[in-house]
Design a protein around this ligand. Structure first.
Ligand code: ADP
Ligand code: MG
Length: 233
């Protein structure tokens, strides 16, 4: 309805602007990061600590630029069958490398179920990564995340990501998918906006409700493939 339309126009506007600006920002940002990393190798003590902050913030700028580019082109390309179980487990592994995700880490993550989605594989992985990352961040130290994959007989599929975190306020819930809405001190607020744009570009969507683990549950739904897609596989 109306809110959705406004949201779409906002995204399209941001996208056009971003595509132009991102290109210009990316190069100098790359140079800044290159020099910071060079300086870090020679620095010690407090200076090294300060340079680490510079590096972190520059990486955050890169994340924002990348997120804006993703909003500009959520993707319209050939679809391929993606094994959801493998995709989810890959995402968990990647996050485990970057953060302290269980079993060795502090958040335990379980993946259940099987299914195949027709999607642009890298884009779909990006959505799964965003949802699992948010869930792990919400669950926090000692928390739990559960990923449930389900497939219908006709080929439609769903991936539900639940966490044991605090859930969200009704204000947050109303604004989750807005670009730049974040309640995290160093969040970009682009993860869910990009994810929703990608889901919609695939003819699907992301819904939120209260999950079985006490926190939120984000469900990605993707439609069944068309006859042509299946025939082409
Ligand atoms: P970011 O993670 O950078 O804040 P996102 O777009 O991924 O941006 O998420 C936007 C906001 O939605 C988060 O800051 C948080 O307030 C809320 N949110 C997302 N996932 C969850 C979750 N699993 N539980 C509670 N709140 C969530
Ligand atoms: Mg996020």
């Amino acid at each position: 309805h109306q809110a959705r339309l406004v949201q779409h126009e906002k995204l399209a506007g941001i996208g056009r602007l971003a595509a132009g600006v991102a290109h210009e920002i990316n190069n100098p940002l790359g140079v800044i990061l290159g020099y910071v990393r060079l300086l870090q190798r020679r620095a010690e003590g407090a200076l090294a600590e300060d340079l680490r902050v510079v590096e972190e913030e520059a990486v955050r700028c890169q994340d924002i630029v990348e997120g804006l580019l993703d909003l500009a082109r959520p993707g319209r390309g050939p679809l391929e069958p993606v094994a959801l179980r493998d995709a989810c487990e890959e995402v968990v592994l990647r996050l485990r490398e970057a953060t302290r995700l269980g079993p060795q880490g502090s958040v335990s993550v379980e993946v259940h179920g099987e299914g195949t989605a027709w999607a642009q594989a890298p884009r779909l992985r990006q959505v799964l990564l965003n949802l699992v990352k948010n869930a792990a961040e919400a669950a926090g130290e000692g928390g739990r995340v559960e990923v449930r994959i389900a497939a219908d007989a006709d080929g439609a599929s769903r991936v539900a990501v639940s966490d044991s975190g605090p859930g969200m306020s009704s204000e947050a819930r109303a604004r989750l998918f807005e670009p730049f809405f974040t309640t995290k001190p160093s969040g970009t607020g682009l993860g869910l906006a990009v994810s929703q744009a990608i889901a919609e570009a695939h003819g699907g969507r992301i819904d939120v409700d209260a999950g079985p683990l006490g926190g939120a549950r984000f469900t990605l739904s993707l439609p069944a493939p068309s006859r042509e897609q299946e025939a082409a596989a």
